[in-house]
Design a protein around this ligand. Structure first.
Ligand code: CDP
Length: 145
């Protein structure tokens, strides 16, 4: 299969929500309950950016809608592909470290459970296929002890 032409994939934005940006221990995972094909699988919360919407603005909107929180957005997790992490031929995802600055996350839309994954447990849920390499990238980017 040939690579998609640049700029043709729809952008999805997601947050790697941590308890603490400087000294991360806990990562928030969200379990989807819809659509049926994705039900029960875990993801980093986020969603599609609207056309013309700035990506970080889209991230703030998605996390407000999906979890009811405001966030402090940190650095982006770089992907090998400059457009982001591939999800499918039609979707590419960009991911930022983030921290809840107001509110407490609740599953308001696409999710039926949220879980803060502790140290050593970040790979311990059934991540969507596109999210697993991202979570491994997050782990690789963590500061050493
Ligand atoms: O709600 P919205 O239509 O904006 O987006 P979504 O349904 O949450 O996500 C769009 C697509 O990106 C879905 O197919 C999700 O499975 C996928 N996605 C993903 O693979 N990993 C994420 N962390 C977020 C979304």
């Amino acid at each position: 299969m040939s690579a998609p032409a640049p700029g043709t994939r729809r952008l999805v934005v997601a947050g790697a929500l941590l308890d603490d940006l400087a000294r991360p221990r806990l990562l928030l995972a969200a379990r989807r309950h819809r659509p049926a094909a994705l039900a029960g699988r875990w993801e980093l919360p986020g969603g599609k950016a609207e056309p013309g919407e700035r990506p970080v603005q889209a991230l703030r909107r998605e996390l407000r809608e999906e979890l009811g929180v405001e966030v402090e957005v940190g650095a982006e997790l770089p992907a090998a592909d400059p457009e982001g992490w591939p999800l499918s031929p039609a979707l590419v995802m960009r991911v930022w470290w983030a921290r809840v600055s107001a509110g407490w996350p609740e599953p308001l839309e696409d999710h039926d459970e949220l879980r803060w994954l502790g140290e050593g447990g970040w790979e311990g849920v059934d991540w969507l296929a596109g999210d697993l390499p991202v979570v491994r990238g997050l782990l690789a980017a963590l500061p050493g002890p």
